[in-house]
Design a protein around this ligand. Structure first.
Ligand code: NCD
Ligand code: ZN
Length: 348
């Protein structure tokens, strides 16, 4: 079978992105809007997007920053707190303004301090979400300082997720940015109420990228990249065609000075080359026939949304493509993700 050199697919969606606010929002949004029809917009702003009214204001800011002629649709999420009101969540969902609720264990990642410490406190909200079919998006890591950072996802599954699932068997749940074989196996053991987003970078790097030959802050993100066997499990899941796995870039821009410092921020800005890199991974795995499912079909099916009508074309060039330029802000730059491999694919 000859390898295709052109992929003409339904417009992809990004099921996990950080668009930030202010100047950063204005600068990163055109990248997302150019390659994606819709995106699940993460609510971990400072202060977080907690109530439906906050999501409405944030949505308006996003639409105001959108380049004219772009038909990009932001899908809004709420940031779960221990005092989130079920009635507000339900009203937001039923009005169509809010798509999902994001659960951050308090302290797990950037701007998660207002997240949840005691999962039982949110059971009344989960009860309502289960009843109305509203997805819960989970940052699946424990924060117990006694648990090694490389084990935090696997321990979360055993100690938090499996018990939560027992309480709410029909809750729609997305395990966000999966990074482990345990995570893949967990999702595969579940029924169609559970899905997972996978990032381009976790399909490409393992923890060596961050730690060998000097510490590389631009490969630091959360959940942190794991050892090679996990990366291989993620690639197998992404390219399998299983409908429970779909692309979420987790593009998370931070200014370079906030990453290249003694206590650097977690996050990788990958949106400009996310699709090209993902296509390259699918080519390497001889699974280009599953690429459209992963980037354009599976997520929409899980969220119960129509597939985008617009199309997007990627072409394989004869030479490796240059890295995207860094993003320039008025006072800083954001480093574009370097996948440390040749990428021949390009969105045209
Ligand atoms: C994200 C951010 O910077 O907002 N960082 C990251 O490393 N992925 C937060 C997150 O998704 O955990
Ligand atoms: Zn994220």
């Amino acid at each position: 079978m000859t390898t295709p050199t052109r992929l003409d697919i339904a417009m992809p969606d990004d099921w996990h992105v950080h668009l930030r606010h202010g100047e950063m929002l204005e600068k990163v949004l055109p990248y997302t809007a150019a390659h994606f029809g819709r995106a699940i917009v993460m609510p971990n702003l400072q202060p977080p997007v907690v109530r439906t009214a906050d999501a409405q204001a944030y949505r308006e800011a996003i639409l105001a920053a959108l380049p004219t002629n772009q038909c990009f649709q932001p899908l809004m999420t709420l940031y779960m707190t221990e005092t989130t009101e079920a009635a507000d969540v339900k009203a937001g969902f039923e009005s169509g303004l809010v798509t999902a609720v994001k659960l951050y264990p308090a302290g797990a990642t950037t701007n998660s301090a207002a997240g949840v410490k005691d999962l039982e406190k949110i059971y009344p909200v989960l009860e309502v979400m289960q009843a109305i079919g509203m997805p819960l998006l989970v940052h699946g890591e424990v924060v117990d300082p006694a648990v090694d950072i490389f084990d935090r996802e696997a321990v979360f599954i055993e100690t938090k997720l499996i018990p939560l699932r027992k309480q709410f068997p029909n809750l729609k749940l997305v395990f966000e940015h999966l990074t482990t074989k345990e995570g893949v196996d967990y999702v595969l053991s579940c029924d169609s109420h559970t899905a997972a987003s996978l990032t381009p970078h976790h399909l490409v790097i393992n923890r060596n990228a961050m730690l060998v030959g000097g510490i590389k802050p631009h490969y630091y993100c959360l959940p942190v990249a794991k050892r090679e066997s996990h990366r291989l499990a993620l690639r197998a899941a992404a390219t399998s065609g299983d409908r429970r796995f779909f692309l979420g870039t987790d593009s998370a821009p931070h200014p370079i000075h906030a990453k290249e410092t003694a206590c650097g921020c977690a996050g990788i800005f990958n949106v400009a080359n996310a699709l090209a890199i993902t296509a390259q991974v699918f080519e390497q795995e001889q699974a280009l026939d599953q690429f459209e499912s992963f980037v354009s079909l599976n997520g929409a099916a899980f969220y119960g949304l129509p597939v985008n009508k617009e199309r997007l074309v990627l072409e394989r060039q004869s030479e490796p493509q240059a890295l995207p330029a860094n993003l320039k802000l008025s006072q800083a730059e954001v480093q574009a993700f370097d996948p440390m491999m040749d990428v021949y694919w390009q969105v045209v």
